[in-house]
Structure formats: structure tokens, C-alpha cells
Design a protein around this ligand. Structure first.
Ligand code: FVH
Length: 273
């Protein structure tokens, strides 16, 4: 099976971006969305809007689901399961590891192959050089699907376990939100004390984050030890200073949760010595 005809279920911001990148690459695309009327511009570019989920599933060699959550995937697919039997579903809907494993089991009972996915892109970066998509499931299935979906982002297989795409997706998002919490807090602190936020972002925060990112990723660890050059007593004191500065500036304490998490880790490292 060529998998060249792709049906997309879900035309939210991400579903539309996926459809756009696939149309751009010359794929035959069929679209379905719970609320009609979101396919307009894509239909004008050659996509077909299906009249029902069954219609969409029947039109594609490959069905891609990009919906809100696991429950919406189940609800959407349920009436179309007989049509989906013997075909492939690529699920690019975010969810938990357990949900992905259970979805694979549910689909298997109907003879549907699942390639689970996690999108490492935001709608404007879909199809650009930095975008990549995590996939997990059978390796031979990935090998067949990867070239077909490559236009949305570099395909990256992370293992046979259908839960692994969700696992790495969730973990990577946690890293991103941690970074976001830190940058939001940094800006709040500068703003609260009368600093120029734009200048701070451009001249200090950006180069500092760029310098530290590879070190932070390389040093991320599950153990409670901290390398000698990053003395945990020194770091605990530094974190207490930032928390004090934040309190003095009147920055809401909830914005500093990431600092308390790091302080907890340094205190654990000290206690373990
Ligand atoms: N947008 C992003 O930046 C992130 C990047 C990483 C991956 N995520 C995940 O992608 C999934 C879809 O996200 P989205 O951005 O397209 O989300 P929305 O624009 O809110 O669209 C949601 C679509 O889901 C449909 N939907 C919701 N509930 C149901 C339901 N019960 N049955 C059928 N469809 C449902 C909704 O349809 P409608 O409201 O237009 O009728 C939209 O098509 C998501 O897992 C992200 O975590 C995006």
C-alpha cells in the first residue's frame, strides 16, 4: 500500500498546518472536522472535504488524527472502526503513555495498525527545517509511513512501544514549560524592578539561555548528586537569593515554582552527601 492518500481528522490549528504542508508536497488530502466550515482555504488548494468520518477514513491509505485529546479520538473513530479495519492510523493527538498503549490495544482488536506520534513543532513551524515528529510503533510500519509524512516534519522513531512517542513528547514539553516558567519569571522580575524588558531579553536573557541550554540538557539527571563544579550549597544559596529578590520585587510567588523545585533538588543533593 502506498499510503500516498492521506485523510486528516481534525482541523484545529495543528490539523490545518499538517494539511497545508502535505498539500504543498503534492499529497492527495481528504479532510474531516467535527465542526464543518474549517476546510475552506485547504479545499481551494486541492483538498477534499469528507462528508463523514467514515467517508474520510475510506478515502485515505493513511488516516491521521490530530484532535484535542484521547477521548475525542475514541469518540471520532468509534463509528468508523469497520471502515478503518485493515488500515493504518497515525495518531498525532497529544495524550498520556497509558492512553497510547490502550488505544493501540483497542485498534488492534479491530485489525487497525497504529503509529503513535508526538509533534515537536507548533503550527507555524510545521514543515520547516526545525520541525520533527516522534513516532512509536512497529518499525516496518514507521518505515512505510515516514516518507509519506516527512513533509510535516523530520520523522523520528523512538521505539516499538506505542506509548513512547507520548512519553518523549510529554517529557520534552515539560522541559519547554520549565524554560517558559523561568523566562516568564525573569521578565516579571526585571519589569517589577523597573528594568527594560526588551533590552533585557535581547542583550541578556537570549544569549544567556543559548549558552546554558546545551549544559542544562547534558546535565539533566535523575540522580540526587550534583557535579563538584556546581556545588549544591552554592546553588542553594543562589536560589534562595533569587527567591528573596523575587519576593522583594513583589513578583507573585506562584511564578517562582521552578526555583523552589531546583532548591529542593539542591537540598536533597546536600543531604545525600
Ligand atoms: N497547537 C500546538 O501548538 C500544539 C503543538 C504540539 C501538538 N499539539 C497537539 O495537537 C492536537 C491538536 O491541537 P490543535 O492546536 O489543532 O488544537 P485546536 O486548535 O484546539 O483543535 C482541536 C481539534 O479537536 C477537535 N475536537 C475537539 N473535541 C472533539 C470531539 N469531542 N470530537 C471530535 N473532534 C473534537 C476540534 O474540532 P472542532 O472544535 O473544530 O469541532 C479541533 O479540530 C492536540 O492534541 C495538541 O495537544 C498542538
Amino acid at each position: 500500500m502506498s499510503h500516498e492518500r492521506i485523510s486528516i481528522l481534525g482541523l484545529g490549528a495543528m490539523g490545518r498546518a499538517l494539511a497545508s504542508a502535505l498539500l504543498e508536497a503534492g499529497r492527495e488530502v481528504t479532510l474531516w472536522n467535527r465542526t464543518p466550515g474549517k476546510a475552506g482555504g485547504l479545499v481551494a488548494r486541492g483538498a477534499r472535504e469528507a462528508s463523514s468520518v467514515e467517508d474520510a477514513v475510506g478515502a485515505g491509505d493513511l488516516t491521521v488524527a490530530c484532535l484535542l485529546d484521547d477521548a475525542s479520538v475514541r469518540e471520532t473513530l468509534a463509528p468508523a472502526m469497520p471502515k478503518l479495519a485493515g488500515r493504518t492510523l497515525v495518531n498525532l493527538t497529544s495524550g498520556s503513555v497509558r492512553q497510547a498503549r490502550e488505544l493501540a490495544g483497542w485498534l488492534e482488536r479491530y485489525g487497525v495498525s497504529l503509529l503513535a506520534g508526538g509533534i515537536m513543532a507548533v503550527p507555524p513551524t510545521v514543515g520547516t527545517g526545525g520541525a520533527f515528529i516522534l513516532y512509536s510503533g512497529a518499525r516496518d510500519l514507521f518505515d512505510r509511513v515516514a516518507p509519506v509524512l516527512a513533509p510535516i516534519g523530520r520523522p523520528h522513531w523512538v521505539g516499538e512501544d506505542p506509548g513512547f512517542a507520548a512519553l518523549y513528547d510529554m517529557a520534552a514539553l515539560s522541559g519547554m514549560y520549565g524554560m517558559g516558567a523561568g523566562t516568564d519569571h525573569a521578565v516579571a522580575l526585571v519589569h517589577a524592578e523597573g528594568g527594560d524588558v526588551d533590552t533585557f531579553k535581547r542583550e541578556v536573557l537570549q544569549p544567556w539561555m543559548e549558552q546554558m541550554l546545551p549544559i542544562m540538557v547534558a546535565g539533566a539527571d535523575v540522580s540526587e548528586s550534583v557535579p563538584d563544579e556546581y556545588n549544591p550549597a552554592m546553588q542553594a544559596t543562589g536560589l534562595e537569593n533569587i527567591l528573596s529578590a523575587s519576593g522583594e520585587a513583589g513578583v507573585p510567588a506562584d511564578l517562582a515554582g521552578h526555583l523552589r523545585a531546583s532548591l529542593w533538588r539542591m537540598r536533597r543533593a546536600l543531604a545525600a552527601r
